[in-house]
Ligand binder design. Structure first.
Ligand SMILES: [Zn+2]
Length: 388
């Protein structure tokens, strides 16, 4: 109960501080506001409780962003007006996947635009409000790819298979292109360059830049390339490269290097094509889990200077876990590039809880934060708290 009392007091304090920092119009709590703490608890509070630690002010240049995952038919003026009212200054819009673009693409097999130039409309509205736009690209997942493009990729052996030879569909219920294929990786790089050069985005962001599962991919190319690249004499695939197998360690290293090399090549290509654009990654919060389960060593990307900023998706709802993860993330980044922590707003149960997480992000030293994600639920449940 003491925990709830502290949380409630912190939430009320945070609401006040947020409005002080961002919108000085509101000067007091509404008297009609229902108490956040059960009345019985309030009545028993006869001795002072510990004052919540002061909330850090927004750091200079703080990025306050949000992801938006389907741009098709969006009312961009409304979106940007919402963001402006909420004091947000950046939006990350999914404009392409491993199989389709939501603009006329010359690189990806599917293009969905229905006569509307969504990136141009988005950018025009954003510029009116001074909001950055970052194009978010979902790597390898063939979401919204035309069925014939999916069939062709399967036929050509470019998609990931499980140990029974079945096409994997771990996300979005679509096939996943296998990163071991040169052609697949090249397509990812070309898609990012296309985004960076076709529209004047402020940045481009890699997402799902990892292997989708811990289990090895059983496509023909993986076995062939692993054997060739590592010279490991595989006799049984995937047993030899599965956890406990003879070459499990080599396999982990091999698939991690494939992703890291792709990030490096993509970063170089994007920077060469348009040096002013920021390149970033939406990455697994815990880099150890990211490396072990998905071969995503984003610390190596930071170490190598491949990214201009990084967004670890710290979607913990528990304040202590959120804070601990953020500290771990900062220890990996060591202030070499900005860290804009991802906040799982969709998992939080109130606008007050969101304000608390934003405050924790500031106190934890994040250079900014990005909320997941802008949709009707966010507008109804979270936006009012940010706008107050
Ligand atoms: Zn494969």
């Amino acid at each position: 109960m003491r925990y709830f009392r502290l949380i409630a007091l912190a939430a009320v304090t945070l609401a006040g501080l947020w409005t002080t920092a961002c919108a000085p119009r509101r000067t007091s709590q509404s008297p009609s506001r229902p108490p956040a703490t059960p009345p019985s608890t309030v009545q028993r509070t006869t001795t002072p409780v510990a004052t919540p630690p002061p909330v850090a002010a927004a750091p200079q240049g703080e990025l306050r962003g949000i992801w938006l995952h389907d741009p098709r038919g969006e009312d961009w003026r409304r979106v940007m007006a919402d963001l402006h009212a909420a004091k947000l200054n950046a939006i990350f819009v999914k404009f392409s996947t491993g199989g389709a673009a939501y603009y006329p693409s010359h690189v990806l097999p599917g293009s969905y635009h229905a006569g509307r130039d969504e990136p141009a409309l988005c950018l025009a509205a954003a510029r009116q409000y001074g909001i950055q736009v970052h194009a978010w690209h979902v790597c390898f997942q063939m979401k919204d790819a035309p069925l014939d493009a999916q069939s062709r990729a399967i036929r050509e052996g470019r998609v990931q298979l499980d140990r029974y030879g079945r096409v994997r569909r771990p996300s979005y219920r679509v096939p996943v292109l296998c990163p071991s294929h040169d052609w697949n990786r090249l397509q990812e790089t070309r898609a990012m360059v296309e985004l960076a050069t076709r529209y004047p985005f402020d940045g481009v962001q890699l997402d799902y830049i990892r292997w989708p599962e811990t289990e090895p991919c059983c496509c023909t190319n993986c076995k062939k390339r692993f054997t060739r690249d590592t010279r490991c004499a595989v006799r049984s695939w995937p047993a030899d490269v599965t956890k406990g197998g003879r070459f499990a360690a080599q396999y982990q290293q091999w698939r991690e290097q494939i992703i890291t090399r792709l990030v490096g090549e993509t970063s170089a290509a994007v920077r060469q094509a348009r040096p002013s654009v920021k390149i970033s990654g939406a990455v697994w919060s815990d880099v150890t889990i990211g490396r072990h389960d998905y071969a995503q060593n984003w610390k190596a990307w930071v170490d190598s200077g491949y990214l201009d900023f990084v967004c670890p998706m710290n979607y913990a709802t528990d304040p202590a876990t959120f804070t601990r993860r953020l500290a771990d993330e900062r220890a990996q980044v060591r202030n070499r590039i900005p860290l804009y922590v991802g906040i799982g707003a969709y998992k939080l149960n109130s606008g007050q809880a969101l304000l608390q997480q934003i405050s924790l992000a500031r106190r934890g030293g994040a250079d900014g934060w990005v909320l997941f994600n802008y949709d009707d639920q966010f507008r109804a449940r979270m936006l009012p708290a940010l706008c107050r």
